[in-house]
Design a protein around this ligand. Structure first.
Ligand code: MG
Length: 254
């Protein structure tokens, strides 16, 4: 499959999918505190998604057993919600969610503090979020794909953090994962030219320690090899001739 350029009508549907997803994240953020289980967060997320008549995009995706990926501390992404996994003071938790609205997807992730967290983890969360916005500055028609990748990597690494290689962002639309892949590090070359109407899920995954990861025996949960914490931040982005539009981001919400 090649890269899809979205029509005005498709953009309108993706805009709505993203708007709803920003609300889903905000509602999940409100219940995060010590004592809550990762399954409680999944339940809240799914409830809000369905209350808007949407489908949780991740549920049963390649067999994933829940609606929200909930990844705690050294878990990078794809954590499986569990009612026995209780959040405690000082944890950090990454929530990744996807919404399907009238056949169109949005995808977004946030990392939150559970109660009071270490200064180092605060920095990790803040730098991961800002690395996304550094990438977004390059996300406009006429630039090249890896301009985004380089901006994310340069920013994150300037704080001594490292960028996960195995997992990358992606095109998004009728399918959750479309071409192109959007690395958070710069490969050789410049990558494809960005065009108006492309929609990308840009999603830095940033580690406090080394960049290496592995997958647990559940076949899903991705953790850092050195057991240091990791953060994730993502939005669904529309490429335009000027400022990109962030479908799943509302500055007044989580
Ligand atoms: Mg994604």
């Amino acid at each position: 499959m090649s890269v899809t350029i979205k029509s005005e009508n498709e953009i309108e549907l993706m805009r709505e999918a993203g708007r709803i997803l920003s609300i889903v994240h905000d509602e999940m953020a409100k219940i995060i505190r010590p004592g809550v289980s990762t399954m409680d967060i999944n339940r809240k997320g799914e409830e809000v998604i369905r209350s808007y008549g949407c489908i949780p995009a991740f549920l049963n995706y390649n067999g994933f057993p829940a609606s929200i990926c909930v990844s705690v501390n050294d878990e990078v992404v794809h954590g499986i919600p569990d009612k026995k996994r209780i959040l405690k003071e000082g944890d950090i938790v990454s929530l990744d969610a996807g919404v399907v609205y009238k056949g169109y997807n949005s995808d977004a992730a946030r990392t939150h503090a559970v109660g009071e967290i270490s200064e180092e983890d605060k920095k990790l969360i803040e730098v991961t979020k800002q690395s996304f916005f550094e990438g977004v500055k390059m996300a406009k028609a006429g630039n090249h794909l890896f301009d985004i990748s380089k901006a994310i990597q340069d920013y994150a690494e300037s704080f001594g953090f490292s960028v996960v290689r195995e997992m990358v962002g992606h095109g998004i639309g009728k399918k959750m994962h479309e071409e192109p892949q959007v690395p958070n590090f710069k490969p050789i070359g410049r990558g494809m030219k960005l065009r108006k109407g492309m929609t990308l899920a840009i999603e830095p995954m940033i580690n406090r320690g080394a960049k290496e990861i592995w997958i647990l025996e559940d076949g899903w949960t991705c953790v850092t090899r050195d057991s240091q914490n990791s953060a994730h931040y993502e939005n669904t982005v529309l490429i335009t001739e000027g400022e990109p539009e962030l479908f799943s981001y509302n500055k007044d919400l989580a």
